[in-house]
Design a binder for this molecule. Structure first.
Ligand code: ADP
Ligand code: MG
Length: 380
């Protein structure tokens, strides 16, 4: 399996700087960034530890969704068309770091869902795939349970077939004929997600949203089997490829395992389990392990089919730049680094190096900075 790990930094908001937050992330170039972790609250620009990270793509805070798509999304869509394979794109990160902005975006700056759909329909036309049909499904995983976002959040169950491929029984799959049509369906799902969150004391930052776009060809079969239902017809067709976009639950929710509220604790445990399982599955696939722990969580078991055979993944780790988010930012980068390290480990290169940068002048070449300089962290 081929995989790529990217980091996207969002801008520091005015209201954050007004509260005293400063930007602690320096994007050094297209592939590396440095976190200047404050070690004292007295002066946030002094006494920092520098943490350098290297990734396949580093997207700075002035990168628009279009550019993110060009560097991270478009190669996946093109891969699906060229190899008739499967591709998945994950948005990982703390709540408020820009996952939904990246995936869904807004009317002024549409996100990867829109931009991928746009390219799919353009390629369909350009490559003369007149018989290609495009189908979407959109569901949410909340507390390990599945809800259909295109069908009034109907609760669904997943079942493994004889080949151990997990299918979501009764998941609504809608054929879409244009980008606008796809976006209409998505807006309904997106709305269902946020309405449920406000109405029933649910929290959308505790759920994973999964959008799948399937492509099928041999439309002529439809004429031969006119009495088949749409779903049966689709299964008779040849799958050309499948794209999955996963807007993951807020990574900080994984630490809700210690919350006082029982429900929050259970949901936190589920998120923790799924984010760990996801990392372990990508690791196992990259290392070519025979055993891939798909069954470790609902998320990984329903995505199993997209991880087998010709497949590619892109993880976009979203980070907030402010001082107050620094701890979560470090956790996100360490997680992303863990996924990334598989490749760099092969190259014998450190993917993450820690160095103490500006120590108080009074310390001089102190024991402390000598000690810190000796550390080469390989995060975990
Ligand atoms: P998450 O889904 O990770 O919780 P959101 O995508 O909802 O976070 O982002 C939180 C807020 O920050 C939103 O108002 C969003 O529009 C804004 N935002 C996020 N990333 C960016 C960006 N790169 N540029 C401008 N605004 C952004
Ligand atoms: Mg979100």
């Amino acid at each position: 399996m081929d995989q790529k790990v990217c980091v996207r930094k969002r801008p520091l908001f005015k209201k954050e700087s007004e509260k005293g937050d400063v930007d602690v992330i320096r994007d050094d170039n297209n592939q590396s960034l440095t976190v200047l972790e404050p070690k004292t609250k007295v002066d946030l620009t002094k006494f920092t530890e520098e943490h350098n990270f290297f990734f396949d793509e580093v997207l700075s805070d002035n990168t628009a969704n279009k550019e993110v798509y060009k560097r991270c999304g478009s190669p996946l869509v093109r891969y699906v068309f060229e190899k008739q394979g499967k591709a998945s794109c994950f948005a990982y990160g703390q709540t408020g770091s820009g996952k939904t902005h990246t995936m869904m975006g807004n009317p002024e700056q549409p996100g990867l869902y829109f931009l991928a759909a746009d390219e799919i329909f353009t390629l369909k036309k350009e490559k003369g795939y007149s018989d290609l049909t495009v189908w979407v499904s959109f569901f949410e995983i909340y507390g390990g349970k599945l809800y259909d976002l295109l069908n009034d959040r109907r609760k669904l169950v997943a079942r493994a077939d004889a080949k151990q491929v997990v299918n979501i029984v009764g998941l609504q799959e809608t054929e879409v004929k244009s980008v606008a049509h796809l976006m209409d369906a998505l807006n309904v799902g997106h709305e269902a997600r946020s309405t449920a969150a406000t109405g029933a004391n649910l929290d959308s930052s505790r759920s994973h949203a999964v959008l799948q776009v399937g492509m099928y060809s041999k439309r002529s079969l439809h004429d031969l089997f006119k009495n088949l239902t749409q779903i049966q017809f689709k299964r008779m067709n040849k799958s050309v490829g499948k794209l999955s976009f996963i807007d993951l639950a807020g990574s900080e929710r994984a630490s809700d395992v210690n919350d006082n509220d029982r429900q929050t604790r259970i949901e936190g445990a589920e998120i923790n389990k799924s984010l760990l399982a996801l990392k372990e599955c990508i690791r196992a696939l990259d290392q070519g392990s025979k055993h891939v722990p798909f069954r470790g969580s609902t998320l990984t078991s329903v995505l199993k089919d997209s991880f087998i055979g010709n497949c590619r993944t892109v993880m976009i780790a979203n980070v907030s730049p402010g001082t107050s988010a620094c701890e979560h930012t470090m956790n996100t980068l360490r997680y992303a680094n863990r996924v990334k390290q598989l490749k760099s480990a092969d190259r014998g290169k450190d993917a993450y190096a820690l160095k103490v940068s500006y120590f108080p002048r009074a310390c001089g070449p102190s024991l402390l900075s000598w000690f810190a300089g000796c550390i080469h962290a390989s995060s975990g």
